[in-house]
Design a protein around this ligand. Structure first.
Ligand code: GRF
Length: 189
């Protein structure tokens, strides 16, 4: 039985979340899936694995500080040590950042600092670059600016479609994220 308890935050498909669930030797227990989108397919993936879900509507709170305070409370009740963002489409605010300092990690589909923000895959195609990639980084106050933990390149074939490139990037993401999670957990002892 693993010991370290972690939460995954996802707003969409959750293929990275699924890759964590499928990883054979994940060094932690994913005990909570948090989503800001009631219809996110990631929620059903959690349910199929018997993982608790917390779905919240940010509009139901007066401010980011309020919903993040609610999240912190729920995360503490579940003794969550790490938060792994996997397609979570909100900017993490100072309230949550401070409560989980150095323990919130994100995956981004480019070689940061290139192509931060939304549609990193479309940005790379538009720029006509020959390679892009995947970055796993700690979250800080900026958008995709936190300290980089790991990166892996993905080549961009000529005339590739956005879907085609997204597939290539996802294949790399699904290998890299569980590996980096294990390194982070194990480095804590
Ligand atoms: C991934 O490409 C990740 O890099 C980005 O959002 C996407 C999420 O995909 N942050 P999925 O929901 O894990 O399939």
């Amino acid at each position: 039985m693993n010991q370290v308890r972690v939460a995954v935050f996802a707003s969409g498909t959750g293929s990275n979340f699924q890759a964590m669930l499928d990883a054979e030797n994940l060094a932690c227990d994913i005990v909570l899936l948090v989503s800001d989108k009631p219809n996110a397919p990631a929620i059903n993936k959690a349910k199929a694995h018997g993982i608790a879900t917390l779905v919240f509507d940010p509009k139901g709170f007066p401010s980011k500080q309020d919903y993040e305070s609610m999240l912190i409370e729920k995360l503490r009740v579940k003794s969550i040590r790490w938060i792994f963002l996997a397609g979570y489409m909100r900017i993490v605010g100072l309230t949550l950042l401070k409560a989980f300092e150095g323990r919130i990690v994100n995956i981004h589909p480019s070689l940061l600092p290139a192509f931060p923000g939304k549609d990193a895959i479309g940005q790379a195609i538009e720029a006509g670059v020959k390679k892009t990639g995947v970055t796993i980084h700690f979250i800080d106050e900026g958008i995709d600016t936190g300290p980089i933990i790991a990166q892996e390149e993905v080549s961009i074939p000529p005339a590739v479609s956005k879907e085609g490139l997204a597939q290539r990037i996802h294949r790399v993401e699904h290998q890299l994220y569980p590996k980096v999670i294990n390194q982070l957990i194990q480095s804590e002892g």
